[in-house]
Design a protein. Structure first.
Length: 71
């Protein structure tokens, strides 16, 4: 199991959290996603899966979820 932590900006509410969890959770091999929301700041997103994700994969999933960006 691989666990990665990302800093993400742009999340402001539980709807944002759900959108990010849903998009990242749909990536192949991802088994769990946990978000610690810092509304208006840099939220912590922890992704667990079979293998590490590339930053490009994560950035694309965040873009699909909304206006969220890796920091």
């Amino acid at each position: 199991m691989a666990e990665q932590t990302f800093a993400v900006t742009g999340m402001t509410c539980e709807h944002c959290v759900h959108a990010v969890e849903s998009e990242l959770g749909a990536l192949p091999g991802v088994t769990a996603v946990a978000v610690q929301l810092d509304a208006g700041g840099s939220s912590t997103v922890r992704v667990t899966g079979d293998a590490e994700l590339s930053t490009d994969q994560v950035a694309a999933a965040l873009d699909e979820a909304g206006d969220y960006r890796l920091t």
